[in-house]
Design a binder for this molecule. Structure first.
Ligand code: GAL
Length: 787
């Protein structure tokens, strides 16, 4: 007699200031430009999403944005964050949209409010609350009354809040533009006639809210009057506005890209980004927005698909911590300042375009006897000698030269004269902080109780994770148990379990034993695939375990027996015990000091630490914990069209090692508690806190310009390298060339810079002495300074 075995199956799946009253500002537009109080504008804007930073960071981010030459800050509004349960609202802390808009206003910037409320943005469920999905009869983003009522309710709520605080420009506030929907034109045809009807409804609904400033829709060529359709993409220079009476606008110029788990670090060069911007204004643009200007951090459960890391740095001009990402920030600042100085002629002058042949294009803007010119070389490989209006110019490959007087080149997008900052991480310098943290731990599961197979809800089929968990957690336990007798056809020695899942991570337990874990690699894979935020009907795509769940038995040579468990009784338990019990803040819960485990799945670790001294941004280094990525390292060439597979770095290392811990999260004087949850198995003994700051600053600039070196708030302590002439190499590996100025460049730079927070240097023979380089060598200054 063989006893019957009880098989308990447990599967976890992870899816992912007061009102400043000013006079009203009139915002209108014509076919050339956005017009503010009668003035035609060249507007440069940058996206910063308020919940991806902290309210304490906002003033500094805005200040650095204004100093970087921005006119406006753009943000989405995140519906699921504000209405986590139907008609229950949250605008507290980092969700304080009104405070964010007021901070923008206090810095003298305009705001662009992209209400959506579908936003995409690599945000959880594209910004839709999951309860919406669970409303009877709902169909999202189409002509469906249930959805439209909810969308109108939320959009009206936001507009009313902003109005009440007088924050629209028409009321004297900063908001000059508002957006409804997001890139709906890209997916509309999949919704048939109802898609078109919905789009028109969106336009009418928005218009009826009477905000006194223009509404925009992005990627919506058929947006009805008076709504302006705008372009999104890496490049929008070739974009033509779909109606003759609207200006050329670019709402998303992607400054880098998002990062996936298992993926690598994206990088878009300063040269290519500046090229894209200069081409856009060369060809008649009035407004362009960097997506992102500061990407920030996906705190909490906000990260969405496709399988996005906690960092949303985006290689943006301001990095995740709010530091200047140099040379990107500075190279673009010079471009913005120049474009603004040409604002009137660019937006009201006569324009003529000249095809100079061989991938070279000139543009001449003229007005009142004056003129300003652009010279582009869009050849991705070859520099060009161009004769333009009787003068000779060399325009590097894939670059634009700007000549504000049509004679002298004031800026070329491929010639970066701004410093490169090398950021370094420093050990926690808090007093009495030991070298390594002291840890205690707790298992997530009490195997004895949970494996009895009782969850909160029981059904006869496998439920979609959105329906079963209702977004209360990213974790859902699918539990079933069955009597399996040895005479069951499926019974064999090497039985396997096959699960079809669309969750991003899955751990499978049988009778309390972990039998395996799988997670989506960058781009998804056979076992589990990534959940996207994008495309028609993305909201109804399956999540969690889709089924079937099968036991596979093997007999003889090739014979397999499949036992389908999909219509077993399944019960569900939402969330992690540790989070449900708030173990990060409950002092009464027991933690173990002994038999400290490494490489144990689903384990909590706890430690205490002192906040690092000073004001530099803080990160926690999670070296030793789970999640890795791989890629192929190739040299980065700024030339040619950028896409997210170009110029990658961080191959073969953990996809994310450092996590931003905003200063406002920390208790400056006393102890702080760190609680980590390790899903796959890791070793926390190397985990530690660090600060991020500029380690060194490098310049490589041509003669006849003023350069600035800065250690961003700390002093320049030494000059490691300086040479004026034809130095070679790049930051960290500069070497002298065959010719040099007669003065000792190092002592010139030391005298000007050491002991200062920043210094300016005239790159010329006057400063560095005459050289023997000869006339056909363009002399450059290379400096590496230590902060
Ligand atoms: C766009 C979308 C943004 C963001 C971006 C990629 O298509 O509108 O919300 O998702 O792609 O970062």
């Amino acid at each position: 007699m063989s006893p019957s075995g009880v098989l308990a199956l447990l599967i976890v799946s992870f899816c992912a200031i007061s009102s400043l009253r000013a006079t009203a500002t009139q915002v209108t537009y014509d076919d050339r430009a956005i017009v503010i109080d009668g003035k035609h504008r060249v507007l440069v804007s940058g996206s910063i999403h308020y919940p991806r930073s902290t309210a304490q960071m906002w003033p500094d981010l805005m200040k650095k944005s204004r100093e970087g030459g921005l006119d406006a800050i753009e943000t989405y509004v995140f519906w699921n964050a504000h209405e986590p349960a139907r008609r229950q609202y949250d605008f507290s802390g980092n969700l304080d949209l009104i405070r964010f808009l007021k901070t923008i206003q206090e810095e003298g910037l305009y705001a662009v409010l992209r209400i959506g409320p579908y936003v995409c943005a690599e945000w959880n469920y594209g910004g839709f609350p999951v309860w919406l999905h669970n409303m009877p009869g709902i169909q999202m983003r189409t002509d469906n009354d249930v959805f439209k009522n909810e969308m109108q309710n939320f959009t009206t709520l936001i507009v009313d809040m902003v109005k009440k605080e007088n924050l629209f420009a028409s009321q004297g506030g900063p908001v000059i533009l508002a957006q409804i929907e997001n890139e709906y034109g890209n997916v509309m045809s999949s919704y048939g006639d109802e898609g078109k009807a919905y789009m028109n409804w969106c336009a009418n609904m928005a218009q009826s809210l009477d905000i006194g400033v223009p509404w925009i829709m992005c990627q919506q060529d058929d947006a009805p009057e008076p709504i302006i359709s705008t372009c999104n993409g890496w490049y929008c220079d070739q974009y033509q506005p779909p109606r003759s009476n609207i200006p050329k606008m670019w709402t998303e110029n992607w400054t880098g890209w998002y990062k996936n788990w298992g993926g690598k670090d994206p990088h878009r060069t300063a040269e290519d980004l500046a090229f894209a911007v200069a081409r856009f204004y060369q060809l008649g643009g009035t407004f362009q927005n960097y997506y992102m200007y500061h990407g920030g951090t996906n705190f909490g459960r906000s990260a969405g698909g496709p399988y996005i890391t906690t960092s949303y740095d985006y290689d943006a001009p301001l990095d995740e911590y709010g530091n200047l990402n140099q040379p990107k920030w500075g190279h673009l600042k010079q471009l913005h300042d120049l474009l603004h100085s040409m604002e009137d002629i660019l937006t009201t002058g006569n324009v003529s375009y000249v095809d100079l042949g061989d991938s070279a294009f000139g543009t001449i803007y003229s007005k009142d006897g004056g003129s300003s010119c652009f010279l582009a070389n869009v050849d991705p490989g070859n520099d060009k000698a161009i004769n333009f209006q009787g003068m000779n110019y060399t325009v590097p490959a894939w670059s634009v030269s700007i000549l504000p007087d049509c004679q002298n080149v004031a800026y070329n997008t491929a010639k970066v004269s701004t410093q490169t900052s090398v950021m370094v991480k420093k050990a926690n310098a808090a007093e009495e902080e030991p070298n390594s943290l002291k840890w205690s731990w707790r298992p997530e599961m009490n195997e004895k109780t949970i494996l009895l197979g009782k969850g909160d809800v029981t059904t006869d089929q496998i439920l979609d994770q959105k329906e079963a968990a209702n977004d209360l957690s990213d974790y859902l336990f699918y539990i079933t148990s069955l009597d399996l007798k040895k005479d069951d056809p499926v019974w064999s020695h090497n039985m396997t379990l096959r699960v079809k899942s669309s969750g991003q991570i899955l751990h499978a337990f049988v009778n309390g034993e972990l039998i395996g874990s799988q997670w989506a690699k960058n781009g998804g894979e056979r076992f589990v695939f990534e959940q996207n935020n994008y495309g028609a009907f993305f909201d109804t795509a399956p999540s969690g375990i889709t089924g079937p769940v099968e036991l596979i038995g093997y007999r003889g040579d090739d014979e397999t027996i499949v036992k389908d468990l999909s219509s077993q009784k399944w019960s569900y338990k939402t969330g992690l015990e540790g989070l449900n019990q708030k173990l990060y803040s409950s002092p009464s819960l027991k933690w173990q000091q002994d038999s400290f485990p490494v490489n144990r799945t689903l384990t909590w670790y706890k430690s205490s630490f002192k906040a690092p001294l000073g004001t530099d941004p803080v990160v926690v280094d999670l070296l030793g914990m789970g999640k890795e990525g791989d890629c192929k390292l190739e040299p980065c060439d700024y030339r040619g069209s950028y896409d997210s597979n170009k110029c990658l770095s961080n191959c073969g290392r953990p996809s994310q090692r450092w996590y931003h811990v905003p200063r406002s999260f920390l208790n400056g004087n006393g102890d702080n508690t760190l609680v980590l949850f390790e899903e796959f198995g890791g070793n926390p003994s190397s985990v530690n806190f660090q600060t991020v700051a500029v380690g060194s600053a490098c310049i490589n600039a041509e003669e006849n310009r003023k350069i600035e070196l800065s250690c961003q708030g700390r002093q320049i302590s030494a000059v490691k390298f300086a040479s004026f002439g034809n130095p070679q190499g790049s930051c960290g590996s500069f070497v002298k060339g065959y010719c040099e100025g007669s003065k000792d460049a190092s002592s010139v730079v030391e005298k000007a810079c050491v002991g200062q927070e920043s210094c300016t240097i005239d790159v010329s023979e006057d400063t560095f002495g005459s050289t023997t380089c000869g006339d056909d060598v363009i002399k450059t200054l290379a400096v590496e300074a230590i902060c």
